[in-house]
Design a protein around this ligand. Structure first.
Ligand code: ADP
Ligand code: ADP
Ligand code: ZN
Length: 215
């Protein structure tokens, strides 16, 4: 199964991807997670990406295309993968198409999560992430048993720097300008599957697995 999860910041891509990883045993490829790891490790790429990420802008296409191309060639992607947060621009989608054609690994579907803007802001402001294992939570919609503590590993939960109101507004603008056109791109490739992302987490997961059964 080779999938893209598409959708604005806060749509639930990471949450759904984590459950699909469990279900299908294929890796999640999150460019946001990979970039944040590079920032933490203070690699040259991380240092370059940090300013863009803090501002809620996109990192350059060449950088993200490079990391995804490398990742897709690793052994664990041979059985499939879930791209989460990539591609985010038409040039990234074009580059991905070239890479997957060369690797003879065509996409099966592009699942686009449809969520209203007000809900996105509420989700992003309440998002918390485990510092240790990376699991995502929401203070209201997906709360841990004990506040501030990860259910899975007891790590502490933190709020991302870019999940602040001002930066969120900018990220949503960037989404509309640069990423939303990908729906038409994948519609033209007959890969686009729209899913109601406003439903509860488990219901969204059911919708996704139901549509994956018939592709
Ligand atoms: P994305 O990866 O698309 O930015 P996340 O998966 O991190 O989105 O979800 C953003 C926030 O919204 C998280 O706090 C998550 O727990 C919460 N969330 C995800 N899906 C839903 C849903 N269907 N209903 C309510 N909250 C959700
Ligand atoms: P979200 O889960 O809210 O959609 P991500 O974790 O996917 O956010 O991305 C966080 C930040 O990392 C983005 O605002 C952007 O700066 C950078 N980033 C992630 N993926 C890409 C990409 N495909 N192209 C450019 N920048 C990216
Ligand atoms: Zn954890």
């Amino acid at each position: 199964m080779r999938l893209i999860l598409l959708g604005p910041p806060g749509a639930g891509k990471g949450t759904q991807a984590a459950q699909l990883v469990e279900r299908y045993g294929i890796p999640q490829i999150s460019t946001g997670d990979m970039l944040r790891a590079a920032v933490r490790a203070q690699t040259p790429m991380g240092l370059e990406a940090k300013a863009c990420m803090d501002a809620g802008a996109l990192v350059t296409d060449a950088v993200v295309v490079g990391i995804v191309r490398e990742r897709l060639q690793q052994q664990d992607c041979a059985q499939g993968f879930i791209l989460d947060g990539f591609p985010r621009t038409i040039p990234q989608a074009e580059a991905l198409k070239g890479t997957l054609t060369a690797l003879e690994m065509p996409l099966d579907a592009v699942v686009s999560l449809q969520v209203e803007t007000n809900a996105l802001v509420e989700r992003l402001t309440g998002r918390r992430t485990c510092r240790n294992c990376g699991r995502g939570y929401h203070i209201r919609f997906d709360a841990p048993a004990k506040e501030g503590v990860c259910d899975a590993c007891a790590g502490d939960l933190f709020q991302r720097d870019d999940d602040q109101a001002e930066t969120i507004r900018h990220r949503l603008e960037v989404y509309h300008q640069q990423t939303a056109p990908l729906e038409d791109f994948y519609q033209a490739e007959s890969l686009l599957k729209k899913v109601d992302g406003m439903a509860p987490i488990a219901v969204v997961q059911q919708q996704i697995t139901a549509l994956l059964q018939v592709i």
